[in-house]
Structure formats: structure tokens, C-alpha cells
Design a binder for this molecule. Structure first.
Ligand SMILES: NC(=O)c1ccc[n+]([C@@H]2O[C@H](COP(=O)([O-])OP(=O)(O)OC[C@H]3O[C@@H](n4cnc5c(N)ncnc54)[C@H](OP(=O)(O)O)[C@@H]3O)[C@@H](O)[C@H]2O)c1
Length: 299
């Protein structure tokens, strides 16, 4: 397939890019810096210099693609606005095409809110304020499907593996002697290994009937405290674990603190029905491997 990607230099996007290259697809990718363009070009990817908020930089490339995979997200407070601009441009361009086409949108399990009981893709969303902007974006993507265009919304859990992301930050804190968690940290995080997540994108694209919402979680339902204890047990100089009150965390992190405090138990039956089987089933059970991946990443 000819696939245009956004976010190919990001944490999720780089894992997805690896999987799509391995599967033999022809990739073009939106990039913001010449150095990134050169690195991607060296891997056979066609770089497209531009920015999410400037659709004229990438719209000409959309025509003729079999699929667009969107994993980019602007880090600033304008993230929702910039993503809306991109959706405004890309969805009609893809809808106007012919032949089978696909659009894959990256959302996240945080749109589900607290899920004390197991929650699958059929359950309604219940986002906290931090993630509320995503819900209309998901709805727009799903509504754009039809006439040969398949639209797919992937909701990853918290991603682990490699040298980036929330779990990697905890591994680094453990190495540095002080791990911070919120409150008692008895809340459960829904999570997924980066390479398993990337495999789901590849499967979704290559499964002709796949459309709609897919959760991507390893279904381990691990408590945050168990994750950090497993990390602490593995480090030679055992780190302190500091329990930060949620109010103090909110002052520092804003609404992001509420996302990290969510208690989530998320199932992925629609993803599994595509034949997707996560190879890693927990963070705490793979701590030595995750420390090794962090070391190998060189960060
Ligand atoms: N990581 C997780 O645990 C996780 C879990 C669930 C859902 N998600 C969601 O998955 C998506 C990707 O997350 P991530 O962790 O991979 O993020 P990330 O590592 O920060 O990557 C963001 C990507 O977006 C690109 N980007 C940012 N602003 C852009 C702009 N204005 N124009 C073009 N490209 C732009 C970045 O390019 P540069 O290299 O130029 O900065 C980078 O490639 C997000 O929507 C996130 O909320 C993440």
C-alpha cells in the first residue's frame, strides 16, 4: 500500500513506521525538520516537509494514497485546534478519492474515563476534561467512513517499550533513586507494548473489513504501585517511592494529573478479533527487558 503518515518521528509513530516498512508498504511521512527528513529518506521513506496546521504542505500528497495513518499530536495547548485543521483537510480529500482507502486515527483509552469494570470497544466514552476534545474528533473520523473509505480509531493504553513515554520516565526515575507516584497509586493503568501496538496498525490496514474503534491494551490491569515496586526491586540501589498527593500533582501537571490518576480496566476484543495478540502481557513482568530497551535506546 501507499501510506502517508503523520507523527512518524514520534514515540508511537516511529514504532508504527517500523511495522509498516517491515510489511513492505511504501511510506511518505510528514516531517518538520530537515534532519528528520534525511533520516527517514535513508530508510526509503519519502519525507514531506510541513506542519499539521498547514494542510497545503501535505494535501497534494494525499491524492493517490491507499491510506493515511495519523499519529501526530502537537505538544502545545493548541493541539485540538491543529488536529481539527488536519482532519478538516484530510478526511474530505480521502473521501473524494476512489478505490479502497483507509484512515487510521490515534486516540487513547483516556477517553473512557474511570472504568472500574472491564470496558471494551462497545462501551460509551466518559472522558475527563483533559481528554474531552478527542471525543468529537473520534466521532468525525468514524462518520467520514463509507464509499470505499474505511476509518479506524485506535485507542492505545499507556505505551511501554523503547526509550520514550510515561513508563520509560518511571524507569529513569527508578535509576535516579526517586520514583514519584500519585496518592496510594492503587489505580490500574491500561497499557500496551509499543511493538504490539504497531502491529495492530499494520493489521488494521491489511484487514479489508476492519473499521471502527479498536482498543489496544495488554489487559494486564496492573496497579501503578505494582509497576513501580517491580522497577524498584530490579534496581541495585533501591529507589525511594514518593507518594505525591493528587492536589500537589494537579498544581504541577494540571489536568494531566487526573489522567494519570484514572483507574482503568480496558479490554480489546475487536483488536483480538483481527488476530492481534499482544506478545508482552504486563509491564511488571517485563521490567528487565524494559530496562534493557531503555539502555539500548541510548537516551
Ligand atoms: N504515548 C502514549 O503512551 C500514548 C498512549 C495513548 C495515546 N497516545 C496518543 O498517541 C498520539 C501520539 O503520541 P506519542 O506518544 O507518539 O507522541 P510524541 O512522541 O510526542 O510524537 C508526536 C509526533 O507528532 C509530531 N508533531 C507534533 N506537532 C506537529 C505538528 N504541528 N505538525 C506535524 N507533526 C507534529 C511530532 O513531530 P516532531 O518529531 O517534529 O516533534 C511527533 O512525530 C497522541 O495523540 C497521543 O495522545 C499516546
Amino acid at each position: 500500500m501507499h501510506i502517508f503518515m503523520t507523527g512518524a518521528t514520534g514515540y508511537i509513530g516511529s514504532a508504527v513506521l517500523d511495522a509498516l516498512i517491515r510489511a513492505g508498504h511504501q511510506i511518505s511521512a510528514l516531517v518538520r525538520r530537515p534532519g528528520q527528513a534525511a533520516r527517514l529518506a535513508a530508510r526509503g521513506v519519502t519525507p514531506v516537509m510541513g506542519d499539521l496546521e498547514a494542510p497545503h504542505t501535505y494535501l497534494p500528497v494525499i491524492a493517490g494514497q491507499d491510506a493515511v495513518v495519523h499519529t501526530a499530536l502537537e505538544g502545545s495547548a493548541k493541539r485540538a485546534e491543529k488536529e481539527a485543521l488536519a482532519l478538516d483537510a484530510v478526511l474530505p480529500a480521502l473521501a473524494a478519492g476512489s478505490g479502497p482507502r483507509a484512515f487510521v486515527y490515534t486516540s487513547g483509552v483516556w477517553v473512557l474515563g474511570d472504568t472500574s469494570t472491564a470496558t471494551d470497544e462497545t462501551m460509551p466514552v466518559n472522558p475527563i476534561a483533559f481528554s474531552a476534545w478527542r471525543v468529537p474528533h473520534e466521532a468525525r473520523v468514524l462518520a467520514a467512513g463509507g464509499n470505499g473509505l474505511r476509518t479506524i480509531v485506535i485507542r492505545p493504553g499507556i505505551v511501554y517499550g523503547g526509550g520514550r513515554g510515561i513508563i520509560t520516565d518511571l524507569l529513569k526515575e527508578a535509576l535516579n533513586g526517586l520514583v514519584r507516584v500519585m496518592g496510594a497509586a492503587e489505580n490500574r493503568w491500561a497499557s500496551v507494548y509499543d511493538r504490539d501496538l504497531a502491529d495492530l496498525y499494520a493489521r488494521g490496514l491489511s484487514s479489508p473489513g476492519a473499521s471502527g474503534v479498536f482498543h489496544a491494551t495488554d489487559e494486564s490491569d496492573e496497579r501503578v504501585i505494582d509497576i513501580v515496586q517491580a522497577m524498584a526491586n530490579h534496581v541495585v540501589m533501591r529507589p525511594d517511592i514518593r507518594h505525591v498527593p493528587i492536589e500537589e500533582a494537579r498544581q504541577k501537571l494540571g489536568g494531566y494529573a487526573d489522567a494519570l490518576a484514572l483507574d482503568q480496566c480496558v479490554r480489546s476484543p475487536r483488536a483480538r478479533a483481527l488476530g492481534w495478540t499482544p506478545t508482552l502481557r504486563s509491564i511488571s513482568g517485563n521490567v528487565p527487558r524494559l530496562f534493557e530497551e531503555l539502555r539500548a535506546s541510548g537516551v
